[in-house]
Design a protein around this ligand. Structure first.
Ligand code: ZN
Length: 422
């Protein structure tokens, strides 16, 4: 079999496997119900003043946020789908001899840094809106440090990926994608497992929650749920944000509940329990493991698609490179990745919303306290200034969670189905 036939067949098989896995593993109907679902109605639970404030916030933050998003995509495309990016890569690596390794290293830094710096004014504008509304509590120094840290984390991952792709194509132009798809999938697994241990501490520090009623009740809740938890940690999130959150990270014996310190000061113990119950739902249905496996499969598909694109001479000519094994091709590779993530985003968001709804249903089944869900969602939505009634396009493209009013409506539907008064 020629490498081309093998590539086409592998791409089709992996893509079909991904579609089937998503179709089978996504909880499309998280809460089966007999009657009609309780309708979503922001005006029922939120005051006109709350809705106005959230509307004003989104009207103020959308322009810089969308310009930032659109501009980074545009810059990546201009640099990658024209010879400009290749020329920049060649120029920055020339003083060091212009070998492919220097081109990948310095070229990637130059291209990503250029993109990052050009959108920085809009990110600063968005940050100033968040500060004006009290959502961001960082100093400008703290903001700059966060921007630098997340750029550095992203750069490390990007460099690993690009060195792998360019190196593998140089090693075997015909068959690189076989090893590439396997290594790409493995990388997703490693990053997913390493993230809580390596990346989270870069942004927050964690301290064990003081022994007391709340800690005991959270550990009891986990035990009752059959999800073993090693510890409850508090993250010092208040240094940067006023938003409220909690999550469960790690696997098996290293699993721990992490609660934002902001949550402990703002919410009642019942509400903290409820958020933790939601997170236990994620742990119980192995959402991180399933998500990681789907991500690994997705990356394998992307590597195959990349290999197909690498055989498209029109595209290579546009970018002014001979193949992906050319160190100057990093700008083109970055552009392809930017387009793929933009297109894949809405699909990921759709799956995520279903998975989040399943965790909400789990929390309701575990606590049997829809009233706490309603008060918690009111608090979360107002404190996090969540969009209560987003346009379908914005919601479909970006929302990883259902809206607060949708989650409240779910609690009411659950209450009716289970004969519990909300
Ligand atoms: Zn969740």
């Amino acid at each position: 079999m020629s490498s081309r036939t093998a590539l086409v067949v592998t791409t089709l098989v992996l893509a079909a496997a991904l579609v089937v896995a998503v179709a089978v593993l996504t909880p499309w109907v998280p809460l089966p119900h007999s009657g009609p679902a309780v309708p979503t109605d922001p005006a029922r639970d939120f005051t006109a003043a709350q809705i106005d404030r959230e509307d004003a916030f989104h009207a103020a933050i959308r322009p810089p946020a969308y310009v930032s998003l659109g501009l980074s995509l545009l810059i990546a495309c201009i640099l990658g789908f024209s010879p400009i990016g290749a020329r920049i890569v060649e120029r920055v690596a020339a003083p060091l001899g212009g070998g492919w390794g220097w081109q990948v290293l310095l070229g990637t830094i130059a291209v990503t840094l250029l993109g990052r710096l050009l959108v920085l004014p809009w990110d600063a504008w968005a940050e100033s809106v968040s500060r004006r509304y009290g959502l961001s509590t960082r100093t400008w120094g703290g903001w700059a440090l966060d921007v630098a840290k997340s750029y550095a984390v992203g750069l490390v991952v990007t460099l690993i990926v690009l060195f792998l792709v360019v190196g593998l194509v140089r090693w075997s132009p015909q068959w690189w994608w076989t090893v590439g798809a396997a290594l790409g999938a493995l990388l997703v697994v490693v990053v997913s497992f390493a993230y809580p241990v390596v990346v989270e501490p870069v942004f927050n520090s964690f301290t064990p929650m003081k022994p007391g009623e709340l800690r005991t009740s959270l550990l009891d809740l986990a035990r009752e749920d059959g999800v073993p938890v090693e510890d409850v940690l508090v993250a010092d999130a208040s240094r940067r944000t006023s938003s409220l959150n909690a999550y469960v990270s790690g696997f098996g014996s290293t699993r721990r509940i992490v609660v934002y310190d902001t949550l402990l000061t703002a919410a009642s113990p019942e509400e903290v329990r409820l958020i933790v119950a939601h997170e236990l739902g994620h742990a119980k249905s192995r959402d991180v493991v399933v998500g990681t496996m789907l991500g690994a499969l997705g990356v394998a598909v992307i590597v195959c698609v990349l290999a197909l694109l690498g055989r498209w001479t029109f595209l290579l000519a546009k970018a002014g490179v001979s193949s992906f094994g050319d160190g100057r091709a990093v700008a083109l590779l970055l552009a392809i990745v930017a387009v793929v993530s933009f297109v894949g985003g809405p699909v990921q968001a759709l799956i995520s919303r279903r998975v989040e709804t399943r965790a909400d249903v789990h929390a309701l089944n575990l606590t049997r306290d829809p009233e706490a869900v309603i008060s918690m969602q009111k608090r979360l939505s107002t404190t996090n200034l969540s969009d209560l009634d987003p346009s379908p396009i914005v919601f479909g493209m970006f929302a990883s969670h259902p809206t607060g009013p949708q989650r409240i409506a779910l609690a009411r539907t659950w209450a009716r189905e289970h004969g519990v008064r909300p």
